[in-house]
Design a protein around this ligand. Structure first.
Ligand code: NAP
Length: 307
């Protein structure tokens, strides 16, 4: 499908793209580029690429597909560096978790004849770096593409086929709409997780060790999300501010309603709310985006150190 894929950034997402594209046999040459020599050496030790470049411009030379897989606030420097080296006819894409900001940053630098099709795979884990990737990360997960209205349909079709070959479903969306949807499905949940885990971090020592000890009662599920990469998430909140604030506003209003129900002992209100939310979980399982196994399929019945 592509003769040379240049990946700018080789963390969880970049390395997972390599594994999934190798599994599908759709790329001849993987050109890997990243900022730090240590990360590049790690990628090389893992045998992820066919060539390795500290200079992103060298990686994109003759590449018919370029995917930026770095934190969003790194894009400005990256596009300034690679723009003159992009091959006419190449597709330039990315994996960034916000889209309107990405379009704003990339568009002014886009050379004539290069097809820009931004993307966002809705798949991830709390791990980062070149060793975090795996081939099945994108299987049955959505990849959202946000091409501009005048984008070349053939380029959009080819990139869609690429993501399908990686195991994804593909959806086309406007960047602003993407940012609003992701604010409530991903960004605000991360903020809530960072907040609740932060609240525990501020507790006095004795209480904190009890929270850790009894965390299987719910708290630990927030800690998975709150262990996500700090730089990536800092960039998400700095670049999707309006949509996050809009959804956070709704969230805090709803939280006040729940707070009032707890304070006034309104059992009917609480039960109604908890019944509605159960239905949402069932529909996520029905949509194939989550396992139906109890407790996320965690093993039970074995000693697990929980004491
Ligand atoms: P990651 O594992 O932390 O890897 C980030 C990569 O970007 C590393 O190779 C890092 O290289 C490089 N990088 C960091 N700062 C850079 C800079 N200033 N200039 C150039 N390169 C830089 O991150 P990831 O999880 O793969 O995320 C990559 C992108 O995918 C982000 O935009 C994120 O929003 C998006 N995304 C993430 C997830 C997720 O769940 N993690 C899901 C969907 C989309 P060095 O080590 O050399 O600095």
């Amino acid at each position: 499908m592509f003769a040379r894929l240049a990946l700018i950034g080789i963390g969880l997402i970049g390395s997972s793209i390599v594994h999934a594209a190798r599994r599908a046999g759709i790329v001849d040459h993987f050109a890997i580029s990243t900022r730090r020599a240590e990360t590049l050496a790690e990628a090389e030790a893992l045998g992820l690429g066919d060539s390795y470049h500290l200079d992103a411009a060298a990686a994109v030379e003759n590449a018919d597909l370029v995917i930026i897989c770095a934190p969003v606030l790194a894009y400005q420097a990256i596009i300034e560096r690679i723009a003159p080296a992009l091959m006419p006819g190449a597709i330039l894409s990315d994996a960034g978790s916000v889209k309107a900001h990405v379009v704003e940053v990339i568009r002014p630098h886009l050379p004539e004849g290069v097809h820009f099709v931004p993307g966002h795979p809705i798949a991830g884990t709390e791990h980062s770096g070149p060793s975090a990737g795996f081939a099945t990360l994108f299987d049955r997960r959505w990849c959202i593409l946000t091409p501009e209205p005048n984008a070349d349909p053939a380029a959009v079709k080819k990139l869609s086929a690429f993501w399908r070959a990686l195991g994804s479903h593909v959806e086309i969306m406007e960047p602003d709409h993407h940012d609003l949807v992701l604010a409530i499905t991903s960004h605000v949940p991360h903020l809530i997780a960072y907040n609740i885990v932060g609240t525990v971090a501020d507790l006095e020592h004795d209480t904190k060790s009890e929270v850790i000890k009894f965390s299987a009662s719910g708290f630990r599920d927030f800690t998975r999300i709150a262990a996500s990469d700090p730089v990536m998430w800092r960039d998400v909140f700095l670049t999707n501010r309006d949509a996050v604030l809009e959804m956070l506003g709704r969230f805090t209003e709803d939280l006040s309603v729940l707070q009032r129900a707890v304070r006034s002992g309104d059992g009917k209100k609480l039960e109604e709310m908890f019944t509605r939310t159960r239905t949402i979980r069932r529909s996520i399982i029905d949509a194939g985006q989550e396992t139906a196994a109890a407790d996320f399929g965690r093993p039970h019945g074995k000693p697990d150190g929980a004491g």
